[in-house]
Design a protein around this ligand. Structure first.
Ligand code: ZN
Length: 374
């Protein structure tokens, strides 16, 4: 195997499913970065289960003003224990199979190879490698860094499988739990109670028309070009002959970056107020637990131009959340790019094509050279 494949095999061998600690993979990355003469800094925290997680930053220079950051998450989604290749990188027909090969250890291996093959002493501007924890369970590691703001970063290249297409904008991701309450009663005497399910159904009607309304605020770069919403789960009632006392549903929406996440919540609260004015004891709680913002970098940003030239591919957008939004908080113009296809990620049999992996290292090498040399 070549150096880049060996490097990827080493990362895949370490089981770094999000529920586990990522200390082992961080130690491995620290060693590799240390060997290149990079300065490393750990940002540890304990997750909600008391498991230690670490965000690791490796710098060409001890400074907090960074010109370019290459960002990759160290965690992966879980894998089927029967998938024998999951932690044993296997090559077949020009593809490398293993958990994380595509999402996102392939990018990390490419970034390390890029740095290994550059004369770092010739760089005039500081470069950082940022390795995050808990991306797959809500971008938690990146959010910690965005809060702590240990660095200011001018340009970020965030690794995610995009088949090397530069992604210059992404939709946000928001989630709320809605609990509607009613009054239980025997279903033979509905006038004695109030059905939480019927109440919820009125809110769902509002949401259906809000989904239509959202279509008018357009952002042409996206497909579909507007904020979408979904009620994916609903649960209510205790028995067929009892008026439901409670009904809960999830409300998920993906705002275009030009629209604040609160926009839909505000519209939804107006709908709730409307229902309450018709029925004074109408009860509903909205717990908006997640509001990840999207990101957008201008099409004429030097970073986007550079990556379009290096890959020969026009930049695009994605409808899912990435760590690019947190990098924006650190002052960055950001782009998302990486080897492998997002449709192959998160599956048994996840793979990265060798040619794309090697091409990615070359693209990152060019990016470092152009952005970090005067
Ligand atoms: Zn990923």
């Amino acid at each position: 195997m070549t150096r880049i494949k060996d490097g990827l095999a080493e990362l895949v061998r370490i089981d770094s499913v999000s529920s586990r600690s990522n200390v082992e993979i961080v130690e491995c990355l620290e060693k590799r970065c240390g060997a290149l003469g990079l300065v490393t800094r750990r940002f540890p925290y304990f997750d909600e289960n008391g498991v230690e997680k670490i965000n690791l930053i490796a710098l060409t220079k001890a400074t907090d003003e960074i010109e370019l950051a290459l960002v990759g998450h160290t965690d992966t989604v879980p894998y089927d224990p029967n998938w024998t290749e999951a932690t044993n990188l296997t090559e077949r027909d020009g593809k490398l199979y293993g958990r994380g090969s595509c999402d996102t250890k392939g990018f990390i291996a490419a970034a390390l190879t890029a740095v290994e093959t550059i004369e770092l002493s010739k760089l005039t501007k500081p470069l950082a490698l940022i390795f995050t924890a808990d991306e797959e369970i809500g971008l938690r590691g990146a959010k910690k860094l965005a809060q702590a703001k240990p660095l200011r970063v001018r340009y970020s290249i965030v690794g995610e499988p995009t088949s090397l297409k530069p992604i210059r904008a992404g939709k946000g991701y928001s989630l709320a739990e809605v609990t509607v309450r009613g009054r239980e009663a025997h279903s033979a005497y509905p006038a004695l109670g109030a059905s939480a399910i019927f109440r919820a159904s009125r809110l769902l009607k509002h949401l259906e028309s809000l989904a239509e309304q959202l279509k008018h605020d357009r952002h042409a770069a996206f497909d579909p070009p507007f904020t979408t919403l979904n009620v994916g789960l609903i649960h209510g009632g205790t028995a067929k002959n009892v008026l439901a006392g409670e009904c809960r549903f999830t409300l998920e929406w993906r705002p275009i970056p030009t629209q604040p996440s609160e926009h839909l919540i505000n519209l939804f609260k107006q709908a709730i107020d409307e229902e309450t004015s018709k029925e004074p004891d109408f009860q509903c709680e909205v717990d908006a637990s997640r509001q990840d913002t999207g990101f957008e970098t201008a099409p004429d940003s030097p970073l986007i131009k550079l990556l379009e030239n290096a890959t020969g591919l026009e930049s695009g957008t994605v409808a899912f959340g990435t760590e690019a939004a947190q990098m924006k908080t650190l002052g960055s113009e950001a782009v998302v790019i990486g080897p492998g296809d997002i449709r192959e990620a998160h599956r048994t049999g996840e793979f990265v094509p060798v040619a794309e992996l090697e091409r990615c290292a070359e693209v990152l090498r060019q990016s470092i050279k152009q952005l970090c040399s005067a």
